[in-house]
Design a protein. Structure first.
Length: 273
């Protein structure tokens, strides 16, 4: 039987973690990653799973009863995941109420799931429901440019969305539903998890002011690509705003409407006339 580390979803998880580290999004233990594992992908690994005692998750997500996740460990460094996935991450299973978890693999050396477990689980819960189970990856990172924007833009989703769409044509196509934005709150808290999940019903990306970004995707590529696109757009915005108080030209509402017509996008914002 091939070791858990060789399973294709574990290798994809590791690759995404390494790529995200290379982007500079994960200083120290910053950020976390989770994957809701399809039963068919978990089944061949059953013989290597070793369930531990049940632990409270701090929240309840009944829609995730019995689901299993590969998830980073609290305090683990993304930089080390490629060399030591069993020490930096683990597989957990949820109970029949979706309110307790138990470790089944990994967390070598006595680790436990990320302190952002409540947000990961609540986001998975709403995304599973909203997408018929299609969305399986939740990624949290600390990209510098999107965080920098939370100091200068009003903290509302409509403003962030229009500003990001205005940087490169790709943005409105990659996230036509826009992004959500939340004001500062205590990391790891149940109220931040609930507020994030409420926004995640309509968007795949939620900005946490002065902290970072959560992205959701059906695949590792989709989640990584969304984070990458938003942070690239944010970096352009930071450059433009640093170079000139007013840009000389920009992507107009009419440009966005033309994009929507050409690519059959339903853009989430009311655009000006
Ligand atoms: P963890 O090390 O618990 O995953 O926390 C990192 C983080 O980014 C908290 O928001
Ligand atoms: Zn964080």
């Amino acid at each position: 039987m091939a070791p858990v580390e060789q399973a294709s979803f574990v290798r994809a998880f590791v690759r995404m973690a390494a790529d995200s580290w290379e982007q500079g999004w994960h200083e120290r233990n910053g950020g976390n990653l989770s994957y809701r594992i399809p039963h068919a992908e978990l089944e061949p690994l059953r013989g290597q799973l070793c369930p531990g005692p049940w632990q409270p998750a701090g929240i309840a997500v009944p829609g995730l009863a019995g689901e299993s996740f590969l998830i980073t460990a609290a305090g683990s460094y993304f930089r080390n995941i490629a060399d030591d996935v069993a020490g930096c991450a683990g597989i957990i299973e949820l109970d029949e109420a979706g309110s307790r978890w138990r470790a089944c693999w990994g967390f070598a050396g006595g680790g436990r799931p990320t302190s952002e477990l409540p947000t990961h689980l609540m986001n998975h819960g709403v995304k599973k429901l909203a997408t018929g189970g299609a969305i399986r990856v939740i990624h949290h990172a600390h990209p510098a440019n999107i965080v920098a924007l939370t100091f200068v833009l009003p903290l509302d989703g409509a403003t962030f969305t229009r500003e990001l769409w205005g940087t490169i044509s790709e943005c409105a196509m990659v996230f036509p539903e826009g992004v959500g934005v939340l004001g500062w709150d205590v990391p790891g808290s149940a109220q931040l998890a609930a507020a994030s999940a409420e926004l995640m019903e309509c968007v795949d990306a939620v900005v946490w002011a002065h902290h970072g970004l959560f992205c959701a995707g059906a695949t590792f590529d989709a989640a990584f690509g969304l984070m990458h696109t938003i942070e690239k757009a944010a970096s352009i915005l930071v450059k433009v705003r640093s170079m000139a108080p007013e840009p000389r030209q920009a992507i107009t509402d009419e440009n966005l409407r033309a994009l929507a017509r050409a690519y059959d996008l339903s853009l989430a914002l009311p655009l000006g006339q």
